[in-house]
Write a protein that binds this ligand. Sequence first.
Ligand code: AFP
Length: 314
Amino acid sequence: MGEPGTTKFQTDLRRHLRQRGVERNLIRIICEISEASKYIINSIRTGDLGVAGTSNLYGEEQLALDVLSDRILQKRLKNSGVCASMVSEENNDIIRFECGGGDCYSVAYDPLDGSSLVDVNLAVGTIISIYKGDNVLLRGREQVAAMYILYGPRTTLVYSTGDGVHEFGMNQLMEYTLVQENVTIDGVGGIYSPGGQRNLYTSGTEKYVLSLEESGHKLRYSGGFVPDINQILMKGRGIFMYPHLKGRPQGKLRLLYELNPMAFLVEQAGGAASNGLMPILDIEPDGIEMCAPVFIGCCEDVATAEKFIAEESV
Ligand code: AFP
């Protein structure tokens, strides 16, 4: 709850982080990112929807919004004075900054995940992974915080610093105020989000999806990782997958800026995240561009996925 005399709905992000005893410089990083999101919102609503004429390290064509969102975040992190290094889906290299006294942090981020959905007015998001020190090429288990901002009908911010998952909504003054604490994934069933081309699914994944449908799971897939994961977190049940595909054994989603932060949040909420064989958070990254298959959501559904994948490899 908030301090006496205030309801928890008046608890803003900075106050909440202080109440939870988060380290001062980590509060600074998280609040800088929340401020950056206000400029990203404006660029989504008014910005150029065209291409930037460049491509990212995956060879994917960049949109002007990708580049603009990346620049907004990069500037904020650099000016924070407590960011030692950062890596973005939109850049080819790790960028290093001079870091002042005190604790420093490193950030891996996807500035505008799902940006190709903006021109059809679907929800998109910013995904953030934070490590202590000057290295981001670490297992996801080493993260000290993860967060995302979801630009949908409402703008919401969800974060965890390892002490539960907490949701904030943006009010009319563009401030983030607490909506709910300790979001949990404790149900079974509900929805399933099957990413990737179905005709490229391996036999184990295909059997798994059929089992989900037979158990009454409803298909919910927007093509945006942030809204699709947010739906599972806020409903407290369900499973998202972007599996290994025939001809694409590592799937599509990026370990550093998409899978690790979401796996951190989902595990903090009592769920699970696996590449089909092992927890996402235990994967040793071999480079900033590393991708991995993913099954993420309620523990039971993830365990069932691993069983079908194990049987397929026999
Ligand atoms: P973009 O950021 O290139 O739009 O990709 C979004 C994404 O990385 C993730 O948000 C979705 O879950 C996934 O791609 C959707 O991929 P498919 O379009 O292949 O289903």
